[in-house]
Design a protein around this ligand. Structure first.
Ligand code: SAM
Ligand code: SF4
Length: 339
């Protein structure tokens, strides 16, 4: 068994988010530009064999959950195969878990095969339940496709089902409670995400962002909210709605960062390990996976992947610096890092 991935601040890493592509079927304003995105070269995107090889090495070091994301992970043609192969990996604590974050488009068609392949958890993003606002925000008229995806997930056995919404001033701050009600009606849990400075247009503004406090205040006008204890390393703080059983979550990366309990690492679609969404450091795997592929035995390559993962973990800072005046937004947008 390999040693666990413990950083210099004592945090044990158990979650790896794998971006399968930087392409997307939507163009959410807070994530991607409308046009002129600089796409990753297709040849740089990791193959499924490469992703599985990395996942095996990561699982050996104690990664238990692999979250597939992007861009839009369902755009990857071999998505079912990716899930199938990762879901069969055994780590020191047993079989790993495979989760996915998706915008829900084409989910209805693919979900049975994904569940059969071993998908165990699903987060679907929906920022508004107003058709016109959805089209404006995502710059695509795909609201019905997303609703279809949510309905399919609601009818499946995957639980807990989570819906993610980025809270935005002048966009959905008037429908926060309606979004929570929508989630409850389909048997899902809504999680609000504070908007983060990761948009391609660099339009994020701290002074106008919708904060955790404001979200709670608005929801408090409709329901009584009681904090749910036992958050652990989870990014979302949770509240019980009117005594339960429903809950709502808030991921307050900006105003209440949870870096002290962070157990997450990231792999970009073009083979870079990252230890934080907001860091500018990347640990390049492509040399290990490609330049030496022909000449190095698989066991040595696995050792090299593990060594790179360890240096990525070793380089992790105690927290992100969004709230520091010297903060520089990462060069990659959210779609290219993997949310
Ligand atoms: N396309 C999939 C989706 O939208 O669920 C997966 C990738 S997306 C980058 C993952 C999550 O990141 C989504 O829930 C999205 O709303 C969130 N996200 C993207 N840009 C963000 C930003 N600037 N601030 C906060 N959350 C953001
Ligand atoms: Fe696509 Fe998800 Fe980014 Fe929206 S948030 S543009 S759905 S990757």
């Amino acid at each position: 068994m390999g040693d666990r991935l413990v950083d210099t601040h004592g945090r044990v890493h158990r979650d790896l988010r794998i971006s399968l592509t930087d392409r997307c079927s939507l163009r959410c304003t807070y994530c991607m530009p409308e046009q002129g995105n600089e796409w990753l070269a297709r040849s740089s995107i990791l193959s499924t064999d490469e992703i599985v090889e990395v996942a095996e090495a990561a699982a050996h070091l104690g990664i238990r959950t692999f979250r597939l994301t992007g861009g839009e992970p369902l755009l990857r043609r071999d998505i079912v195969d990716v899930v199938h192969r990762i879901a069969r990996i055994e780590g020191p604590d047993g079989r790993v878990e495979v989760a996915m974050t998706t915008n829900g488009i084409s989910l209805a068609d693919k979900l049975p095969a994904l569940i059969e392949a071993g998908l165990t958890r699903l987060n679907i993003s929906i920022d508004t339940i107003d058709r016109q606002k959805f089209a404006d925000l995502t710059r695509r008229d795909r609201f019905d496709d997303v609703l279809e995806g949510i309905a399919a997930a609601a009818a499946s056995e995957l639980r807990p089902l989570k819906l993610n919404a980025v809270a935005m001033r002048g966009v959905n701050d008037d429908e926060l409670a309606d979004l929570v009600q929508f989630a409850m009606d389909v048997g899902a849990q809504l999680r609000f995400i504070e908007q983060m400075p990761l948009d391609a247009g660099h339009t994020w503004d701290r002074t106008t962002m919708v904060t955790r406090e404001e979200i709670l205040e608005k929801l408090g006008e409709r329901w009584q909210l009681d904090p749910v204890p036992g958050r652990g390393g989870a990014p979302a703080e949770k509240w019980r709605i009117d005594g339960g059983p429903h809950e709502v979550g808030v991921i307050a990366s900006v105003t209440a960062p949870f870096c002290g309990a962070c157990d997450r690492l990231r792999l970009t679609a073009d083979g870079q390990f990252r230890n934080c969404l907001f860091s500018n450091a990347e640990y390049d795997l492509t040399g290990v996976l490609r330049d030496t592929a022909a000449s190095v035995a698989p066991i040595e390559r696995a050792a090299a992947i593990e060594a790179l993962l360890r240096s990525c973990v070793h380089g992790k800072l105690p927290g992100h610096a969004i709230n520091d005046p010297s903060f520089l937004q990462p060069a990659r947008g959210m779609n290219a890092i993997g949310g």
